[in-house]
Design a protein around this ligand. Structure first.
Ligand code: ADE
Ligand code: ZN
Length: 336
């Protein structure tokens, strides 16, 4: 393989941590604002991009929730999702697991069915036209209360066939996972998988809560778990997947330098870490860019890259025969 960029580009990958609203590029934001006659506080695409300078998660979230106000009708959700599917094609992503934040839309008066059907119909077309498989994960906003999360789960009841899991996102500090134990328990009883953002800005204790109180199948981010040796040993022993997002971590100052990103240490400790883009329209790059910039700055080896790609399939919510088939595809490709 000529170089690492070529290796990264050629490897088929899964992406497991992608907020569909965080893939809203400024160009599409402008187009939808015009189409829907929604006022946005920017005059040009460049103005939007220059507003994307964040010191922490909350500064990003304020802009992220404001941006999605241009999404109003089912076709908007379809177009947003289809634009991400085009990025999957150019990044060689063959399987994606997508988050959406229904409360950020229903609280503006958008119908749940319009959100979920718009996203799901684009995902169905992705499978049919490009053989890109997917899973849809509904996130609860942790800055809102438990009752609102229960109402959202209620809205989802007619659409459970389109959903594979529930997640927990938004402002982490001060909103521990345990606050949502009952709604996660109700979701798991419906057969849904469970994931939660934990240890992005919040302490290792939040990762323990996600494991023990929410009984998650994966941890989203998990960076701060590295502060607690016992927790690291447990995550390694249980092979609990971590969906880690390097460019997001750098943009939100979770890490101050990609050269000091915890991924190499996570791999050394035997953790099932994966790379993901989180909110690529806001953080400066899609999945291949996350691999390339991390590989360059944190000096990943080719073997590290292959391990991360294989982990993305091992951690996917796919039947085990599909996982084995995807791993065999990777082996065939690196055998060339
Ligand atoms: N919602 C969208 N992106 C997020 C992130 N990185 N952390 C928490 N909530 C989010
Ligand atoms: Zn996220």
């Amino acid at each position: 393989m000529a170089n690492q960029s070529e290796l990264i580009a050629r490897l088929p990958k899964a992406e497991l941590h992608l907020h569909i609203e965080g893939s809203l590029e400024p160009e599409l934001m402008f187009e939808l604002a015009e189409r829907n006659q929604v006022e946005i506080p920017y005059n040009t695409v460049e103005e939007i991009r220059s507003a994307y300078a964040f010191s922490n998660l909350q500064e990003f979230l304020d802009i992220y929730y404001q941006g999605m106000a241009v999404l109003l009708v089912r076709q908007d959700y379809y177009d947003l999702t289809w634009a991400y599917i085009e990025r999957c094609r150019s990044n060689n992503i063959v399987h994606c697991e997508i988050f959406f934040d229904p409360q950020a839309h229903t609280d503006r008066g958008i119908k749940f069915e319009c959100i979920v059907q718009g996203i799901a119909s684009a995902l169905a077309d992705a499978l049919e036209k490009h053989a890109i498989s997917s899973r849809l994960i509904m996130c609860f906003l942790r800055h809102l209360d438990e009752q609102s999360a229960f109402e959202t789960l209620e809205h989802a009841q007619p659409y459970l066939h389109l959903l594979h899991g529930v997640g927990l996102d938004s402002s982490e500090q001060g909103h521990p996972p345990g606050d949502f134990a009952r709604v996660f328990s109700a979701a798991r009883a419906l057969g849904l998988k469970a994931v939660a953002h934990a240890g992005e800005e919040g302490p290792p204790e939040y990762v323990y809560e996600a494991l023990d109180k929410l009984k998650v199948d994966r941890i989203d981010h998990g960076n701060r778990a590295m502060e607690d040796g016992k927790l690291v040993a447990r995550l390694a022993k249980e092979q609990m997947p971590l969906t880690v997002c390097p460019l997001s971590n750098f943009a939100l100052k979770v890490v101050d330098d990609l050269a000091r990103h915890p991924i190499p240490q996570m791999l050394n400790e035997g953790l099932l870490a994966t790379l993901n883009s989180d909110d690529p329209a806001y953080f400066g790059g899609y999945l291949n860019e996350n691999f390339m910039r991390l590989a360059r700055h944190a000096e990943l080896s080719d073997l590290d890259i292959i391990t991360l790609v294989k982990n993305s399939f091992k951690a996917a919510f796919l039947p085990s025969e599909d996982i084995q088939a995807r791993l065999a595809d990777v082996d065939r490709l690196i055998g060339d």
